[in-house]
Design a protein around this ligand. Structure first.
Ligand SMILES: Nc1ncnc2c1ncn2[C@@H]1O[C@H](COP(=O)(O)OP(=O)(O)OP(=O)(O)O)[C@@H](O)[C@H]1O
Ligand SMILES: [Mg+2]
Length: 434
């Protein structure tokens, strides 16, 4: 961990994005997370969410860490790093395990999750997350937290998120070249969702759509669990490119025009509004209707939301997203995004800002900080789970055994303690029997 100056544990989120690297320093205490420092610097080392130039990325990470460090007054040694890009895939898997001791323990849950991740994965890919959708105890399904429940068989349905190993390794390598240890690599939309969604929204079903510079990330929560995640390689930079080409203006000016005067919906722009467009190659600036700018932006935004809608439709879960869509990421700062998204997605839409932290909140209030803040929240959660594991009593050594050869466990089945080797044989047997 990084060295804190105060009592709490320090957790640092490192969002290595297509347009910026952002380091967020949080102090985690029992009563919540306090943001102590933020460092955000432009980065040109990534393409569509994937590291394409190590040196440029390393330079940006160093700068971002340095300014976050100075602001927070801590030395940063360990980070939770984000990863995105269209190499990310998610697939459904399940697992089953006998409940040792008749009551579900943390160890049972870990074992059943271990089983769910035991599926063949391509040699060049790695499992990033095993996200439980629901647990099943005997015949009862739809369970969120099975610990403490009675039964003989524990099942789980999960979403397995996999990533191209080289893409993950490149993020880790960049961090290591800045003398940072990576505590965990986290799927960026997972982090964003952590910082912008309320528990109620997770419960009744919601889509988080993070539109950054190079990628648009989708994450669906259904019944309190993550049901789908995917990454589309299109984002705000595509809008900027369209403006630069359409108005024949340099990229930097196109980005500036987009931020200051852009609008996603042409009909929201009055006919008499005008903008000044700087020329390229020594050409003088010229004035043109603001409507011309929105006419360039609108088709690209429409395309992005149409692809998002198709992805969501393909999951078959659209009817279960009662809380609608929560838009986050820098590109949603464009005027008219929420209104346009509502029309195309056909569901209620709101803009998601990072919430649930205190301290320097004014510095991380924008949707472009959702991932960085979410990484801190994710890291804090991992730490508290690790503490709970340490505090938990050792795994039960008792195991229910079958006292007849009928293949059914009788109601009065004996509870007895078995040596480890016997237990594992019995374990295999129970797995087959169920
Ligand atoms: N006020 C604004 N209006 C419109 N667009 C904006 C505004 N501010 C930022 N953007 C756009 O948001 C995008 C950057 O968003 P963000 O910082 O979330 O991306 P990133 O995390 O670097 O990239 P990614 O997540 O795709 O890897 C850029 O395309 C930028 O032009
Ligand atoms: Mg991002």
């Amino acid at each position: 961990m990084s060295t804190p100056l105060s009592n709490g544990e320090i957790v640092v989120g490192l969002d290595v994005g297509t347009t910026k690297v952002c380091a967020v320093v949080g102090e985690v205490a029992e009563d919540g997370i306090t943001i102590l420092g933020v460092g955000s610097v432009p980065c040109r080392g990534l393409r569509k969410g994937i590291v394409s130039n190590i040196d440029w990325t390393v330079r940006s990470i160093k700068d971002a860490i340095e300014s976050a460090q100075t602001m927070a007054g801590v030395e940063i040694r360990t980070v939770y790093a984000g990863v995105a890009g269209s190499h990310i895939r998610s697939q459904v898997s399940d697992g089953v395990a006998a409940i040792a001791g008749g009551e579900v323990t943390r160890a049972d849950v870990e074992r059943v999750l271990e089983g769910a991740r035991a599926i063949p994965v391509d040699a060049d890919r790695q499992i990033l997350h095993v996200l439980p959708r629901e647990y099943l105890v005997d015949t009862q399904d739809g369970i969120r937290d099975p610990i403490g429940m009675s039964g003989v068989r524990l099942g789980v349905k999960v979403n397995l998120v996999t990533a191209a190993t080289t893409c993950v390794q490149n993020v880790i390598r960049c961090a290591e070249r800045c003398n940072l240890a990576v505590a965990d690599v986290v799927l960026e939309p997972l982090a964003s969702a952590e910082s912008v969604l309320s528990d109620d929204e997770k419960e009744i079903g919601a889509a988080v759509i993070d539109i950054g510079g190079g990628t648009t990330d989708i994450l669906l929560y259904v019944d309190g669990g993550i049901a789908h995640t995917s990454v589309i390689p299109v984002g705000g930079n595509n809008i900027t490119n369209d403006i630069a080409a359409g108005l024949r203006t340099p990229m930097a000016e196109a980005d500036r025009l987009k931020r200051l005067s852009g609008c996603a919906l042409g009909r929201m722009v009055a006919d008499d509004e005008e903008i000044e467009v700087p020329g390229v190659g020594g050409h003088p600036p010229r004035r043109c209707p603001r409507r011309v700018l929105s006419d360039i932006i609108e088709p690209r935004v429409e395309e992005i939301f149409a692809v998002v809608r198709k992805r969501i439709e393909d999951t078959g879960l659209i009817e279960q997203l009662s809380a609608g869509a929560i838009l986050t990421g820098g590109a949603v700062l464009l005027e008219g995004m929420a209104e346009f998204a509502e029309e195309i997605l056909g569901m209620p839409v709101r803009i998601g800002h990072p919430v649930g932290v205190r301290g320097l909140t004014q510095l991380i209030a924008g949707p472009q900080y959702a991932t960085g803040v979410g990484l801190v929240k994710y890291g804090a959660q991992i730490m508290s789970e690790a503490q709970a594991r340490e505090a938990a009593p050792p795994a039960q050594s008792m195991i229910r055994v079958q006292s007849s050869a009928s293949g059914k466990i009788p109601k009065d089945a004996a509870v007895m303690t078995l040596p480890r080797a016997e237990k594992s044989k019995l374990w295999e047997w129970i797995k087959q029997a169920f």
